[in-house]
Write a protein that binds this ligand. Structure first.
Ligand code: GDP
Ligand code: MN
Length: 413
């Protein structure tokens, strides 16, 4: 059978409805420093003058690093080693305000609004340390590799054995013997092992106490004088735990997020941008997946999905609609809702109010089921708008895909 039930959507829904909060490298390093993970001296700079002032404090030359919520900056031209103040100035002028495109940004790239200016360190070896949440073992896993630096994704893909792993006991943290095993395993020389073990254990503590879902140091460097440092740092925070970390919640940088996703989060809505042309409004992540699969099955492609959750009110429905329709890629909208706590008539009233206020120009297909279905149908019928009310999921998907293709006039209001 044709592969239509796409894993991509499954992973989008499962990961993105529990979106971790990303933070900048300089913020991640500040957290690590609090836990005594050695980091280079440095400061964030918002202007070229500030960058030069930081470099002066550091003694002249410095590394100038673009701060965006994406890795791969080194390869994309966002990290420059500047030998003296003139070079720092030139690097800051070049990087600040540039649109940096890396394999982790969108194809349009990300505007650089701040820099991290750091002391230069004499690198002997670039290693890798990382902690990820492993759903299979319900634990954090500590990973370490001698092949650190900018190619770790390729190492993980081509030579997974080059990455050593230890499971972290949630009660005990990383134990000394585990850290020593990893340190020796990645070739840290004996005089540097104690420093590396301390840094690894501190990284785990920082990760656990911050409720991070990912904490990564790449490269973790060894210097010629046998010291170790976190030269780069990435921490993702579990947004479900941010209520107990007000200081960490304040690190959010909405300039790095999709503007429509930010807008949706203001109303407690979950909006995910995709690349097709059918806008989807659903309630619940499971129904979102089902809806996207069936749109694909009908030969179409979702432009986004907006999950209004279980208990949305008419006002939220209206905001959801506004957000969905401000995506210019949307050529038709499918509303697929199971009326449980959100009753069908509440949904219908919200949709009609939104259609009145927002002067909706695209065809709208509605499939609803559940509590107060008849009342909901009546609201739609008496609204004076030409909504297409579908009979079941399959019918809804076929109708909305056809409407997006322009095959039917649909409900041009
Ligand atoms: P990423 O490409 O976004 O992961 O950015 P990184 O912070 O990892 O920097 C990329 C590369 O720049 C590192 O792998 C290093 O080789 C280099 N780099 C970063 N900081 C320094 C430094 O202080 N000294 C030197 N010599 N190189 C550095
Ligand atoms: Mn890196």
């Amino acid at each position: 059978m044709e592969k239509i039930f796409s894993n991509r959507y499954f992973s989008i829904v499962t990961q993105r409805t529990k979106t971790p909060m990303k933070i900048h490298e300089y913020q991640a390093k500040a957290i690590l420093a609090k836990y005594n993970v050695p980091v280079p001296r440095g400061e964030v700079a918002l202007t070229v003058e500030e960058a030069v002032a930081v470099a002066e404090k550091l003694g002249g030359g410095a590394v100038v690093k673009a701060q965006i919520h994406a890795g791969g900056r080194g390869k994309g031209g966002g990290v420059k080693v500047a030998r003296d103040l003139d070079a720092v100035k030139a690097a800051a002028e070049k990087i600040l305000g540039m649109t940096l495109i890396t394999h982790q940004t969108s194809p349009e790239g990300q505007l650089v609004r701040s820099l991290l200016v750091e002391e230069m360190l004499p690198i002997e070896k670039e290693l890798y340390l990382g902690i990820v949440l492993d759903r299979a073992s319900s634990s954090l896993i500590f990973m370490a590799s001698a092949a650190g630096g900018m190619e770790i994704e390729e190492v993980a893909h081509d030579n997974p054995d080059a990455i050593l792993k230890e499971t972290i006991d949630p009660g005990l943290g990383l134990q000394d013997y585990q850290a020593r095993k990893l340190a020796f395993g990645i070739g840290i020389p004996a005089p540097a092992v104690n420093g590396a073990v301390a840094a690894m254990k501190a990284l785990v503590k920082a990760c656990l106490e911050s409720d991070a879902t990912l904490a990564e140091i790449n490269p973790f460097i060894l210097t010629k004088d046998n010291k170790v440092y976190a030269l780069d740092a990435k921490i993702n925070l579990d947004d479900n735990a941010l209520f107990r970390h007000k200081d960490l919640a304040a690190l959010r940088d909405i300039y790095e997020e999709d503007p429509l996703e930010v807008e949706a989060s203001k109303y407690g809505l979950n909006y995910i941008k995709l690349d097709g042309n059918v806008g989807c409004m659903v309630n619940g992540a499971g129904l979102a997946m089902g809806t996207m699969d069936i749109i694909k099955y009908a030969g179409g492609s979702p432009a986004n999905f907006l999950d209004v959750g279980g208990g949305a009110n008419a006002e939220q429905i209206k905001n959801a609609f506004r957000i969905l329709l401000s995506d210019t890629a949307v050529k038709a909208v499918l509303i697929n809702v199971f009326g449980g706590i959100l009753r069908c008539d509440t949904l219908a009233n919200g949709v009609v109010a939104a259609a009145r206020d927002l002067n909706i120009q695209v065809p709208i297909v509605i499939r609803m089921e559940g509590t107060n279905l008849e009342q909901g149908r009546k609201v739609l019928e008496e609204s004076g708008f030409n909504f297409t009310v579908a009979d079941g999921m399959k019918d809804a998907a076929e109708k909305v895909v056809a409407a997006a293709l322009g095959a039917v006039g649909g409900g041009k209001q």
